[in-house]
Every structure is written in structure tokens, then in C-alpha cells.
Design a protein around this ligand. Structure first.
Ligand SMILES: NC(=O)c1ccc[n+]([C@@H]2O[C@H](COP(=O)([O-])OP(=O)(O)OC[C@H]3O[C@@H](n4cnc5c(N)ncnc54)[C@H](OP(=O)(O)O)[C@@H]3O)[C@@H](O)[C@H]2O)c1
Length: 293
């Protein structure tokens, strides 16, 4: 029987690439989107590559919307999906002190509370079947915290911890939980993040926000998110999926540096990279050469 996989946030970026990759590989994909217009666009894109994707409307920060969406999914399937890919997410940038309570709550609600709420809704049926998969899209930021992305990193570190606990809890029922940890890919998350930057004029970190604006203009050169989608496919096809999949050489490099270098060294490198510290002139010249200026 064809296995049903729900992909949340399938209207763009990694979620869209994943929905199309899984549908092309023969999975029965239900992609979620926040509006009917985005849902229709997803169905059209799937049709253009000769694959079918069904859609359900879902705002993951809204508990009622989530219950309605997964009740609908249960009606469309045999009581619930075989797998869920918790992909819907956003990145709230800004210095820790510049992000207000409401923005913090939205960040944690979207990236951490929502995947747990969805797990609660799908686990009972998976347990009955003694089979099921939950794949949570985290980030290398879940392992390597960065200045000016503190709340995003906190949400992904929380997601990693929650996924680790869940993986052990549900394993005896035949349910597998994996975390995907991508590096940087060219999606809308960066432009959307720019729009969420705190008011620059009122911040003690105005200079760093100005550099962030400049840096994020270069994101068009980032690679397509297809490798992340292929990794999700690999995890779903594996008989024994790995607990974690790091995706991209940048992600592997950052994790290795974080694990091997002393904290003073990683703090220095991250502070230079984000404009909090100025490197000595010879290091600055070397960095300029590396950036190809
Ligand atoms: N791009 C990267 O380099 C990167 C790296 C590591 C991890 N990630 C993770 O990958 C996931 C996808 O991000 P992306 O890079 O593909 O960004 P994206 O292009 O901005 O896509 C985000 C998706 O999540 C959906 N979404 C956001 N808030 C939602 C909500 N409250 N309810 C339902 N859907 C919501 C968006 O829907 P709308 O279109 O309606 O806004 C969109 O479909 C995120 O969890 C992100 O943290 C991305």
C-alpha cells in the first residue's frame, strides 16, 4: 500500500522541494499550506512534474487549525498518515535583547511547540499500527549557536532535545524519529528574516544589522534545497533511519569546528563573522582575499 506522508509548510523552499521529491518517488504526499492560493500553487507544481500532491490548510501556530487539519488528514487516509515531516518554520533574527516576548513566543511556537503538538495528534494511530515516522527539520543552528540568531538557534536546539527524547520514547512502538540538520540553502527564509529584523535606529547593534542587510542580499547564490529533500527521502526509505542527518558541507564544517575548537575560538570566529569584533589587519586582509574582494 502507498504510504502517506504529510509535509508541513510545503508552499515554498525545503517543504516544497520535499513534497515534490517524495511525490515523484511514489509516496502519497499531503502538503500543508496556509492559504488556498498557496495550496493550489503547490498542486499545480506537482502536476507539472507528473506527480499528484493533495493539500490541507494549516497554520501550525494555531492549535484549532492544527486539530482541524489533522482530522481532515485522518479522513483522507487510513486514520492518519504513515509519516509526518515537520518542516514549517521561520527565523526571527535580532540580538537577544532586541527581540520582544511576542516575537520569542512566535519563534518557539512555530519551530518547537508545533512539531510536538503535531506528534501528539499522529502518534496514537502510528502506535496502533506499530509503524510510523516523524521527521523534524532542524538546522545546523540547532548545534551551533550564533549571535543575532539566538532565538532561532534556541528553537532548533529545543527541537533537537525534544526529538531526542521522543525518539527513545516511541521506539518500542515501532515509530522512528529523525532530525534533519541542513546548512544554508537558497529559500525565502532569508528575505523573510530581513523583514523581521528589529528596528535598526533604536538598537545598540545598528551597525551589525546594517551588515546583515548587506550579507543577506547575497543569498541568491545559495544552493537549491534539493539535497535536503533527497535526505528526507533517504530517511523515509531507510529500514533503520539515522537519528540525525547533517546536510551540506557547510553544516559538517561548522559542527566539526564547534566540537573541536575551544569556546573562546568559536566565539571569536562567530563575533568576527557577524561584525561584533574587528579582526587584526593581517587576518582582515586574509578574510577579504577569501571572500574574493
Ligand atoms: N533555508 C535554509 O538554509 C535552512 C537551513 C536549515 C534549516 N531550515 C529549516 O527549513 C524549514 C523550511 O524553511 P525554508 O528555508 O524552506 O523557508 P521558507 O522558504 O520561508 O519556507 C517556510 C515554510 O514554512 C511555512 N510556515 C511558516 N510559518 C508557518 C506557520 N505558522 N504555519 C504553517 N506554515 C508556516 C511557510 O508557509 P508560507 O508560505 O505560508 O509562509 C513556508 O511554506 C524551516 O524549519 C527552517 O528552519 C532552513
Amino acid at each position: 500500500m502507498t504510504k502517506t506522508v504529510v509535509v508541513t509548510g510545503a508552499s515554498s523552499g525545503i517543504g516544497l522541494a520535499t513534497a515534490l521529491e517524495l511525490a515523484s518517488a511514489g509516496f502519497d504526499v499531503i502538503g500543508t499550506a496556509r492559504t488556498e492560493e498557496k495550496a493550489r500553487s503547490l498542486r499545480d507544481k506537482a502536476e507539472r512534474i507528473g506527480a499528484g500532491v493533495r493539500t490541507v490548510l494549516l497554520d501550525v501556530t494555531d492549535a484549532t487549525s492544527t486539530v482541524c487539519a489533522f482530522t481532515h488528514v485522518a479522513e483522507l487516509t487510513d486514520g492518519g498518515p504513515w509519516a509526518v515531516v515537520n518542516n514549517a518554520g521561520m527565523a526571527q533574527p535580532g540580538a537577544v535583547e532586541d527581540v520582544d516576548d511576542e516575537q520569542v513566543r512566535r519563534q518557539l511556537e512555530t519551530n518547537l511547540v508545533a512539531p510536538a503538538r503535531i506528534a501528539r495528534l499522529v502518534l496514537p494511530r502510528m502506535r496502533q499500527r506499530r509503524s510510523g515516522r516523524i521527521i523534524n527539520i532542524s538546522s545546523v543552528s540547532g548545534r551551533v549557536p550564533l549571535p543575532f540568531l539566538g532565538w532561532y538557534c534556541a528553537s532548533k536546539q529545543g527541537l533537537a532535545a525534544m526529538s531526542d527524547a521522543l525518539r527513545m520514547e516511541v521506539a518500542p512502538f515501532g515509530i522512528r524519529v529523525s532530525l534533519i540538520e541542513p546548512g544554508s540553502y537558497g529559500t525565502q527564509i532569508w528575505e523573510r528574516g530581513l523583514e523581521l529584523l528589529p528596528e535598526r535606529q533604536q538598537s545598540a547593534y545598528q551597525d551589525q544589522y546594517d551588515s546583515a542587510h548587506e550579507m543577506l542580499r547575497g543569498v541568491k547564490d545559495m544552493p537549491s534545497p534539493r539535497p535536503v529533500a533527497k535526505t528526507v527521502l533517504r530517511a523515509l526509505r531507510a529500514r533503520r533511519p539515522q537519528p540525525r542527518y547533517l546536510v551540506g558541507n557547510d553544516a559538517r564544517g561548522h559542527v566539526l569546528f564547534e566540537a573541536l575548537a575551544p569556546t573562546a575560538a568559536t566565539d571569536w570566529a562567530k563575533s568576527v563573522a557577524t561584525g561584533l569584533r574587528t579582526p587584526p589587519p593581517h587576518v582582515a586582509r586574509m578574510l577579504e582575499r577569501l571572500r574574493g574582494r
